[in-house]
Write a protein that binds this ligand. Structure first.
Ligand code: NCD
Ligand code: ZN
Length: 344
């Protein structure tokens, strides 16, 4: 039995760090295991301009633990008023790595997102021209569409038309939750990849709703049926270069989760690598863990892979059930299964 596994240092291709006290509390948990992360721009107010991305990057760098070499990869939040010239300048200077599309109202802090996709066509065309990737929150917000169908409908109504209008645009479907999304990514000939979260490899919708409501398992896109979780596990552990890790680690205080109308998000930064090692071992795919966490992402983004390494050893991990922050406790995602791998 393998007792120790050394892989290239992983990256997180979808991460929420928040700001202020919360940023300082959660950042060390990612910086410990990950070399880089794509930083989500859904702050209040959102990170819309190059100047805002620069200021946010400076705040992240200032919050890093002493001696950390973690690199935040910044994104801009796409709005109907995004200035293509400002965006292109932020890309040319190396400040931003991607642009994030939130359908207006789809998730936490997405009110400034896009309602009319035709309005952003000139920006998407510019992005295709300069090779700046688009990260998508792939859910429609039409209230008549069932929440469990919103990803599949997004593919048909929004994503496929965008990709046909802008075939050179490099797109990342983020935090996919369905077999439909897996199939769509596999059917694309080029310029499409997907991130998969840690928690969607572990939970299905029963975890949220059966035997009592579990707010800590509520995230967006919401976890789907078991057959979809199995499709995600097959894709993630297959080694297929189009699928890679984006944890979507999304900290909210318990006070904001445990409400009549609680926030969406699972906080997985502290135990993601232990959980993933478990999942890949369960699928007899430990030899593909490195591709998912450390190789496929940089390859799709056209960035070098990390030279440093991370070692996991076969030992029960010790992570807290919550972390304390000045804003209140944040519960760490409970994988509901014993874990046998620890980051050493
Ligand atoms: C994210 C958040 O809290 O910012 N929540 C979530 O459930 N994933 C937003 C998002 O990525 O949808
Ligand atoms: Zn997210």
């Amino acid at each position: 039995m393998t007792q120790s596994l050394t892989i290239r240092r992983p990256d997180d291709w979808h991460l929420h760090l928040r700001d202020g006290d919360m940023l300082r509390a959660v950042l060390p948990h990612t910086a410990r295991d990950f070399a880089r992360a794509i930083i989500m721009p859904n702050l209040v107010p959102p990170v819309v301009t190059g100047a805002q991305a620069q200021a946010y990057r400076d705040r992240i760098m200032a919050a890093l633990p002493e001696g950390s070499d973690f690199t935040p990869l910044m994104t801009l939040y796409l709005t109907e008023d995004t200035d293509p010239a400002d965006m292109a300048a932020a890309h040319a200077s190396g400040l931003i790595t991607a642009v994030k599309l939130y359908p207006a109202g789809a998730t936490t802090n997405s009110a400034s997102g896009v309602a009319n996709f035709d309005k952003v066509a000139p920006v998407l065309e510019k992005m295709a021209e300069i090779g700046l990737p688009l990260c998508t929150h792939g859910e429609v917000t039409d209230p008549s569409v069932d929440i469990f169908d919103r990803e599949a409908v997004f593919i048909d109504r929004v994503l496929d038309p965008i990709r046909k209008s802008h075939p050179a645009l490099r797109v990342i479907m983020e935090h996919i939750t369905t077999g439909d999304a897996v199939d769509y990514v596999k059917s694309a000939d080029q310029n499409l990849a997907a991130t998969i979260t840690t928690h969607h490899l572990v939970i299905n919708r029963n975890h949220i709703l059966a035997g009592g409501i579990k707010p800590h398992y509520y995230c967006l896109p919401v976890a789907k049926r078991e057959k979809h979780r199995l499709a995600l596990r097959a894709a993630a552990t297959s080694g297929d270069a189009r699928f890679f890790l984006g944890t979507d680690s999304a900290p909210h205080t318990d006070a904001n989760k445990l409400l009549p109308c609680g926030c969406a998000g699972c906080f997985t930064a502290p135990n993601t690598m232990s959980i993933l090692a478990e999942v890949f071992e369960q699928e007899n795919a430990l030899d593909h863990l490195e591709a998912f966490t450390s190789l496929n992402g940089p390859n799709y983004y056209g960035l070098p892979v990390n030279e440093s390494t991370l070692t996991l050893t076969r030992e029960a991990p010790d992570y807290p059930d919550h972390i304390d922050t000045p804003e209140g406790p944040v519960t760490v995602f409970d994988p509901a299964t014993p874990l046998n791998w620890r980051v050493s």
